[in-house]
Ligand binder design. Structure first.
Ligand code: KG4
Ligand code: ZN
Length: 348
């Protein structure tokens, strides 16, 4: 089926475009209405953490089922709390990938059906580009071009961003994502799932200089990461201090966190310097980490680089970033047809 290109110039007058964003790539069912890719009218996030916690990670089949249960109430609530009528939604944007196929399909199919029912255009968007666009929902977005450090549970990479929908990969993790490393270390220390926030809280009570875990820079002049070594180092420390490591958990958490934060900050700043670019965006679930926010800001300041970080509720998966990115596809006339499919992996 062919859907017409969006036009938001009505009778010669420009008017605002209300985009409904839908995000179901992993374990959050989210919907949001955003005006012109900038102003959030509503943002609803239903987390499945409680469901997956007991398995120590996301169970794909359970995630799909939970999205099925949540998608209608979440979209309903996003429309209700936006204060606008569903008939004033101009277009829909849904996450197309990367992510869990079954989970993505729930939001994507819903978006297709809802767009068809409302007779409005829709578009599929890239989840990673969505995270990068989260900084445009704040009051001081970076000017183009800028360097983005995406640090999440599924991905860790550095991008050179030249437009809302155009970003070139400069480097990425060769093994675990940094959020995954936080989660795995938390699991080793029996701290539950997900681990990022709990490691951060324990680290605040510990001393980051007591246990000097290794820093994995790989090639210091390149932008790839590796987080499997630090994970192994923490495991080895636990094994060799079986009798007393429990008393040292805050110091282990602080030492581990410092090791990854130092590498992330170093690489992001060197990427910006290589591109002679004065702005860095820090995005993704791990961008909520206060030590990372503080260290990157401080290190960047020394090099006269400005760091842009979304507020805490826009770091993790949300649909406002999806609506914001969708808007930029839509104003360029990019819309999807009903045959468009989801994808699980990011193309490099
Ligand atoms: O972006 P996100 O919500 O989902 C993905 O797209 O992956 O990121 C989730 C990841 C999890 O691994 C979680 O442990 C981590 O972000 N995370 C944190 C913090 N809050 C969430 N990691 C470190 N410190 C935090 N405060
Ligand atoms: Zn994400």
């Amino acid at each position: 089926m062919y859907l017409p290109t969006v036009s938001f110039r009505f009778a010669g007058e420009l008017r605002f475009m209300n985009v409904l964003g839908i995000e179901t790539s992993c374990d959050e069912t989210a919907a949001s209405i955003v005006i012109d890719g900038r102003t959030i009218l509503s943002s609803v996030i239903s987390s499945q953490v409680a469901v997956h916690k007991r398995y120590g990670g996301v169970v794909p089949e359970l995630a799909s089922r939970k999205h099925m249960e949540a998608i209608v109430p979440v979209v309903d609530e996003a429309i209700r709390s936006s204060g606008i009528d569903a008939r004033r939604i101009d277009a829909i944007a849904a996450t197309q990938g990367p992510g869990l196929i079954g989970a993505l399909l729930v939001g994507f199919s819903f978006a297709k059906a809802f767009a068809y029912a409302l007779d409005i255009p829709w578009v599929g968007v890239n989840h990673l580009q969505g995270h990068v666009n989260s900084v445009f929902l704040e009051s001081d977005p970076p000017p183009f071009p800028f360097v983005a450090l995406l640090a999440s549970g599924g991905h860790t990479g550095i991008y050179y961003v030249t437009a809302h929908t155009r970003m070139d990969l400069m480097g990425q993790t060769r093994d675990d994502a940094v959020g995954e490393a936080f989660d795995k270390v938390a699991k080793m220390l029996d701290l539950g799932y997900p681990g990022g926030r709990v490691i951060e809280m324990l680290a605040e009570k510990g001393d980051r200089s007591i246990i000097p875990f290794p820093r994995s820079y790989l090639d210091k002049s390149a932008f790839d990461f590796s987080f499997s070594g630090i994970k192994t180092a923490v495991n080895r420390y636990i094994q060799t201090h079986k009798d007393d490591y429990k008393k040292q958990i805050p110091d282990i958490a602080a030492g581990f966190q410092e090791s990854v934060v130092e590498v992330l900050s170093y690489k992001a700043i060197h990427a910006a310097m290589e591109k002679q670019c004065g702005h860095i965006a820090l995005v993704g679930g791990v961008a909520a980490n206060k030590r990372l926010r503080e260290k990157l800001r401080r290190d960047a300041e020394c090099k006269e680089i400005t760091v842009h970080i979304p507020s805490f509720d826009l770091c993790g998966d949300n649909a406002a970033m999806v609506a914001a990115l969708g808007y930029h596809h839509l104003i360029r006339g990019e819309t999807a047809d009903m045959n468009l499919d989801v994808y699980s992996r990011a193309a490099n």
